[in-house]
Design a protein around this ligand. Structure first.
Ligand code: RB5
Length: 143
């Protein structure tokens, strides 16, 4: 199950991504926002991050204008590893090495075609499971 959210700047790309997830046969939930009307990205970043951290959702996708504000927000929630990706190499690497559980996208930075490829790469790449990567992820979690 995938949790998806955006602010107003990411709203249109979110709608495209939801359609794409439907075509892929994915199960997902839209946490908003629900129009182009101006909203605050931390509200949606927190909703999706908390949903993923709860364990109820396996992964999340977050979109704002740059992807920066919403990923900063998500990464403040314990257990969240949100990766802002603007290319498929990074999307693959962050799954393989960081076991990232949230993909963040900047709707003003990437076009729709590339964004959907990044989503596919993120969802289709498993964590490598390598001990050195698992150790580093444990170190992230340490206080
Ligand atoms: C909204 O104008 C914009 O600041 C927001 O979408 C995002 O880019 C913040 O990081």
């Amino acid at each position: 199950m995938i949790a998806v959210g955006s602010d107003h700047a990411g709203y249109e790309l979110k709608q495209e991504i939801l359609e794409h997830l439907k075509e892929r046969g994915e199960q997902f939930e839209d946490f908003g926002c629900f129009s182009n009307e101006s909203v605050d990205y931390p509200v949606y970043g927190k909703k999706v991050a908390q949903a993923v951290a709860s364990g109820e959702y396996e992964k999340g996708i977050l979109i704002c204008g740059t992807g920066i504000g919403i990923s900063i927000t998500a990464n403040k929630v314990k257990g969240i590893r949100a990766a802002l990706c603007g290319d498929c190499f990074s999307a693959e690497a962050t799954r393989l090495h960081n076991d990232a559980n949230i993909l963040a996208l900047g709707a003003r930075a990437v076009g729709g075609g590339l964004a959907l490829k990044i989503v596919d790469t993120f969802l289709d790449t498993e964590f490598s499971g390598d001990e050195r990567h698992a150790r580093r992820i444990r170190l992230i979690e340490e206080d």
